[in-house]
Design a protein around this ligand. Structure first.
Ligand SMILES: [Zn+2]
Length: 85
């Protein structure tokens, strides 16, 4: 029998693309909502891969972005919101 999936106790996150180390950064990211609207979320904390630049959102940030996008004005082509209230 192999060891199967080892449970990872540490919180270090590996890049899902290249398995490189992810580091915490604060950046601005655009999100598309609907067909024509783009919301730019400013000062958003993300994890970014040091090797390939892939960005990933932690669950808590993703949940907050979901709420920000849900509250965004879909009639506007472009809206800029701040991550921090
Ligand atoms: Zn990577």
């Amino acid at each position: 029998m192999g060891r199967g999936w080892a449970y990872q106790e540490n919180t270090e996150v590996k890049c899902r693309i290249c398995a490189g180390a992810m580091e915490e950064r604060v950046t601005d990211l655009p999100f598309k909502i609907g067909d024509t609207s783009i919301v730019i979320v400013r000062s958003l904390p993300v994890l970014q891969c040091r090797q390939c630049g892939e960005t990933e959102l932690e669950n808590v940030a993703m949940a907050r972005v979901d709420r920000l996008l849900a509250a965004a004005d879909r009639s506007a082509e472009l809206e800029v919101v701040r991550y921090a209230a």
